[in-house]
Design a protein around this ligand. Structure first.
Ligand SMILES: *Cc1c(COP(=O)(O)O)cnc(C)c1O
Length: 481
């Protein structure tokens, strides 16, 4: 009898093609600077190049990989280019990529401890390591009442924090009957939009999110927060949640966590601290002061997938009291019942976030930490901050440009003195050149350029070239007017 066709890759083919993919990635990093950083395609261009119908018969792997080059690469914006200075970094590294590959190879779904004990226990262990690496308060570690969990994003972490705050404030009544419209949450006008989304999703209602004024440095005003909480209480409302930020997305402002924390503790509000990008800086003792007051927080998150060389997605979310979080999110249908869960001796991370299923994400983080060691991570974070500080110095020294906000770490907000329209044109022309990619924000109603340094391979020469190119392009914009 003839053998039936299996359609699968044989182990031999997998080895060969797997090596080809690793080579492809290595080649990519070697020539990454030759691509325009911002993809230059028009909307719809990538789809138009793809076949209308799916292939009826399997195709050769080589043909697929070739199409990655020909059809996909033009539509890639190169986040891993050392000339990427836009938004915030979403950096990665060799050990992270390999850890991710291994995680895909194992194909583990770690919803319960029992569905892969290593997936749960490595995560708990690595998150305790990370807490020590960043000097986080001991209460966030798993040997006390708290603990950490990997979420897909800071947005999901914020949602879990809002949900736990909601339940704590209503003694788990909201879980049973929904919100009654009286719960109030607070953040500043500079807080990341994910908090507004979390408040909407959690059913508090967007009108129940108070945007607290900021001061000259764009940090939340604790006195204004206190006043608003008082006003809301007098009106019979129930203040329950505050999000403070260490390193806002727009300008890297740092909210006064100690003052906000004392207030939240006194008034019984859940304090969530979002340090999505900047949190990584605390790995260096000289920047650890950014975490001042964190011992007063109920939850904290930062993203190794931004600035700690670990590819998306990987957000570390810590709570001081895991019982409240678990009680908020726990479900136990019959088909998930098992001895280990019932014994109470294990962590089931499905109760620590919204999805049930979960990937083995701690593997890549573990690879990164073991490869670089604390020393290696510190080295690169220090270098990025130093490069940003040099850049800020060049802006300060050039009378055509000005700084628009304090630059405490790796983000510099600046503009040309010729006004909003000029800066808009300058940004557009810079990004169209493909030589670098930067983005903008609005600060105090002015159009401001943001220059954020955090890509793994950004070196001094890239930052120097970028500054030269910015100055030269500004001259061209001036000339064309
Ligand atoms: C980037 C960022 C976020 C959103 O991060 P995701 O992980 O993409 O949800 C939230 N808060 C701050 C301060 C950020 O910088």
């Amino acid at each position: 009898m003839p053998e039936e066709k299996s359609f699968h890759l044989t182990p031999e083919e997998f080895r060969r093609q797997g090596r080809a993919v690793i080579d492809w990635i290595a080649d990519y990093y070697e020539k990454i600077e030759s691509f325009p950083v911002l993809s230059q395609v028009e909307p719809g261009q990538i789809r138009a190049s793809l076949p209308h119908e799916p292939p009826p018969h399997g195709e050769a792997f080589e043909a697929v990989l070739k199409d990655v080059d020909n059809l996909i690469m033009p539509g890639i914006t190169h986040w891993q280019s050392p000339n990427f200075f836009a938004f915030f970094p979403a950096n990665t590294s060799g050990p992270s990529i390999l850890g991710e590959l291994l995680s895909a190879g194992l194909g583990v779904q770690g919803m319960l401890w029992a569905t892969s004990p290593a997936c749960t226990e490595l995560e708990t262990h690595v998150l305790d390591w990370v807490a020590d690496m960043l000097g986080l308060p001991a209460k966030f570690k798993s040997d006390g009442a708290g603990g950490g969990v990997i979420q897909d994003s800071a947005s999901s972490a914020a949602l879990c924090a809002v949900l736990a705050a909601r339940e704590r404030a209503t003694l788990f009544e909201s879980n049973r009957r929904g919100c009654d419209g009286r719960l109030i949450a607070y953040c500043s006008a500079q807080t990341h939009s994910s908090v507004e989304k979390a408040v909407k999703v959690a059913g508090l209602g967007r009108e129940n999110l108070r945007l607290i004024e900021t001061d000259e440095s764009l940090a939340m005003r604790a006195d204004a927060l206190a006043q608003q909480i008082r006003k809301d209480k007098e009106a019979g409302l129930i203040p329950c949640f505050v999000c403070a930020t260490i390193g806002t997305t727009s300008s890297n402002a740092i909210d006064p966590i100690p003052d906000i924390g004392v207030l939240c503790n006194k008034e019984g509000l859940w304090l969530h601290v979002d340090s999505a990008m900047s949190g990584t800086a605390a790995i260096c003792p000289e920047y650890r002061h950014i975490n001042q007051g964190l011992e007063l927080a109920d939850s904290y998150c930062f993203n190794p997938h931004k600035w700690m060389f670990t590819n998306f997605d990987c957000d570390c979310f810590y709570v001081a009291d895991r019982k409240t979080l678990i009680q908020t999110l726990s479900i136990l249908p019959e088909y998930l019942r098992n001895k280990a869960t019932e014994s109470g001796a294990v962590i089931d991370y499905r109760d620590w976030h919204v999805p049930l299923g979960r990937r083995f994400r701690s593997l890549k983080l573990w690879f990164v930490i073991r490869h670089y060691g604390v020393e290696g991570l510190r080295h690169h974070i220090r270098r990025h901050i130093e490069l940003a500080q040099n850049f800020a110095g060049w802006v300060r020294a050039d009378e055509q440009f000005e700084l628009c906000a304090p630059a405490p770490l790796n983000l510099v907000c600046f503009r040309h003195i010729a006004g909003d329209e000029f800066n808009q044109k300058l940004e557009e022309r810079l990004n169209r050149s493909g030589k670098l990619y930067l983005t903008h924000t609005l600060l105090k109603n002015h159009y401001v350029l943001r220059f954020c340094i955090g890509q793994t391979h950004t070196e001094e020469r890239h930052v120097r070239q970028a500054w030269q190119h910015i100055r030269q392009t500004a001259e061209e914009v001036r000339g064309s007017r």
